[in-house]
Design a protein around this ligand. Structure first.
Ligand SMILES: [Mg+2]
Length: 225
């Protein structure tokens, strides 16, 4: 990593900075459990039906829209999410990395497909919110991050120089869209969930933890976690 070539750091939230175990558990276990009670199904039947419905809106803003799913499923999802908030966790070395970027004077933006209600629940539970210059939800841009046009609109909004910008994300499709727009440095996060095995990208440099992006000489003060 040549940090002298980077002015702006764009970071995804779920899976990248925060442990995706929360989201996986919420959508694949907790929501099916509640849905099964309402519809007299087994949890397994409910999970099957819900996974099929999630897939229909994959890569769109509907997928992350809590209000959309509350109406679709007849459940109060913001309330269910808040009840599970004890599972929200920041990945190791994320705060160290954000402080490192601040220390180097980089512009740091959180850029997420997450719904604003989800964002609120997560920022209330963690202490990372104050470390960003700006937080952008995809609904503000009007497109999901998987769209190339998203990155053009974001660039107009944040006024960054794409040739001096780094993006880290745990979704390869998102990196691919940003790549097509010309974002210079793309980093794939290979361990989005603490409970799942590593999966490396074949196309982009992969990291397991953000400490890998901090130069060796500056890692001294960072405790092993
Ligand atoms: Mg993500």
């Amino acid at each position: 990593m040549d940090w002298s070539k980077i002015d702006t750091v764009l970071l995804d939230m779920d899976g990248t900075l925060l442990d995706k175990h929360f989201d996986d558990y919420f959508w694949e276990q907790y929501v099916p459990e509640h849905y099964s009670l309402e519809h007299d199904l087994t949890v397994e039947e409910a999970r099957k039906e819900l996974l099929r419905r999630y897939r229909q809106v994959e890569d769109t803003l509907e997928w992350t829209d809590l209000d959309y799913w509350s109406v679709q499923l007849g459940l109060d999802l913001p309330d269910l999410k808040a009840r599970l908030a004890h599972l929200i966790d920041v990945h190791p070395f994320v705060v160290d990395f954000l402080r490192f970027c601040r220390g180097r004077g980089k512009h740091i933006h959180l850029v997420t497909n997450a719904h604003w209600k989800t964002l609120g629940i997560k920022l209330a539970k963690t202490e990372i919110g104050s470390l960003f210059d700006r937080i952008v939800c995809a609904e503000e841009v009007g497109l999901a991050k998987e769209e190339v046009l998203f990155w053009q609109r974001l660039e107009e909004m944040l006024k960054f120089d794409r040739t001096r910008t780094l993006l880290a994300d745990d979704t390869e499709k998102v990196l691919f869209a940003a790549d097509r727009h010309g974002i210079a440095q793309l980093i794939f996060v290979a361990r989005p969930s603490s409970r799942k095995p590593l999966t490396f990208s074949r196309r982009y440099p992969s990291i397991e933890y953000f400490i890998e992006l901090i130069p060796e000489s500056e890692r001294r003060n960072i405790r092993e976690k």
